[in-house]
Design a protein around this ligand. Structure first.
Ligand code: BDR
Ligand code: CA
Length: 354
């Protein structure tokens, strides 16, 4: 980012609601979001996915305390919109506690850091209500960054369709569009966040609001290798050690399935897009999600020139899909989150993050 652009973004940080299923890579993404001065975390909303809603609620509260973020944390959906749809918790990927077996350690550390030795309780409102309240309070301002199943966003749209025109933008980690053979990580054609609730994803992608999709096409290009992860140790107070330990389980999983000695930076890439969109190449066109049969959960963009023929994409708004990324810029951004000299968030006025 050049100095002028950086100065502008830091002077007017982007207000963000983070919708998440923490999750090891979610925990990493939240650290970058909490630390970066171009972003202003306003709330965390949880959803099932990498664990049950009980697990993701607990982890979101622990992470908010560990990263010293005094923002509401609201509980979201425990399952997909259609209750009979496939529901899978990715405990084989993220561990039974969703944080690679170190959630208890993170909780103890967070308790020690907390001024009143407490992990903050959940907000009284359900996630979709909190999203609607914050968006309606500041029309045009809020960016939604969603890095789990899209159920809460779909529920918010159903609850108050007017929010579509009041959200600044929606950034989604999810889906896969086949760039360089990146097609799916749960089935040959479906990515985890989308297949966990395809109906919700289709609603979100076809709503009349601007969506940017940061899918496997780019997130699998951003590999945090073991040496990079090891370099987090001893940095960021207790956070670097926590993330190093949490990623041990995640790295073993990826070595077992893809043979990489590292991890994909899925959710952190969505945060990187919010900070440095210039690091990504976008492609425009409406996006739909396949609902039936063996293609269930597949994300398909129609990026052809309009021919006038009627298709399931006709009449749907054009959205942006990331098809290229400068991976080294995403890795550099995440590394900066640990840099004490980069800790500009401490200069924020009270109430705008820690
Ligand atoms: C996505 O699925 C979850 O397991 C990760 O947290 C990420 O959001 C990757 O497909
Ligand atoms: Ca996630």
């Amino acid at each position: 980012m050049n100095d002028k652009k950086a100065a502008k973004r830091f002077a007017h940080p982007m207000p963000v609601i983070f919708d998440t299923d923490p999750g090891i890579d979610d925990a990493m993404a939240l650290y970058l979001l909490a630390r970066h001065p171009a972003l202003d975390l306003r709330a965390i909303t949880t959803v099932f996915g990498n664990g049950s809603i009980a697990v993701t609620n607990r982890n979101a509260r622990i992470l908010a305390a560990l990263y010293q973020q005094a923002v509401p944390v609201a509980a979201g959906a425990a399952g997909p919109l259609h209750d009979n749809a496939l529901r899978e918790f990715s405990s084989h990927v993220h561990g039974d506690d969703g944080l690679g077996g170190v959630a208890d350690l993170a909780e103890r550390t967070a308790l020690a850091l907390s001024p009143n030795a407490q992990i903050p309780p959940l907000d009284a409102r359900p996630a979709h209500q909190l999203i609607c309240d914050l968006v309606n309070a500041e029309p045009g301002a809020i960016t939604l960054i969603a890095v789990g199943p899209l159920t809460n966003l779909a529920l918010a749209l159903r609850h108050d369709p007017s929010i579509a025109s009041k959200v600044h933008q929606v950034i989604v980690m999810g889906g896969a569009f086949g760039t360089a053979g990146r097609c799916g990580n749960v089935t040959p054609v479906a990515e985890a966040n989308v297949i966990n609730d395809p109906e919700a994803a289709d609603l979100v992608f076809t709503a009349d609001w601007p969506v940017v999709i940061v899918g496997l096409d780019v997130t699998q290009e951003v590999v945090m290798e073991e040496s990079y992860l090891a370099s987090m140790q001893g940095r960021g107070g207790a956070v670097g050690d926590f993330l190093w330990q949490a990623t041990r389980h995640y790295q073993d999983f990826y070595f077992g399935c893809d043979g990489i000695k590292g991890i994909y930076a899925h959710d952190a890439s969505a945060i990187a897009y919010a900070i440095e969109p210039e690091a990504f190449t976008l492609r425009s066109g409406p996006v739909r999600v396949a609902m039936e049969g063996i293609a269930r959960g597949q994300t398909i963009q129609d990026f052809r020139k309009p021919s006038g023929a009627q298709t399931p994409w006709s009449g749907c708004p054009s959205q942006q899909v990331c098809i290229g990324v400068q991976a080294e810029r995403v890795l550099a951004l995440f590394d900066q989150a640990f840099d004490p000299a980069f800790d500009l968030n401490t200069d924020r006025p009270a109430g705008q993050g820690a």
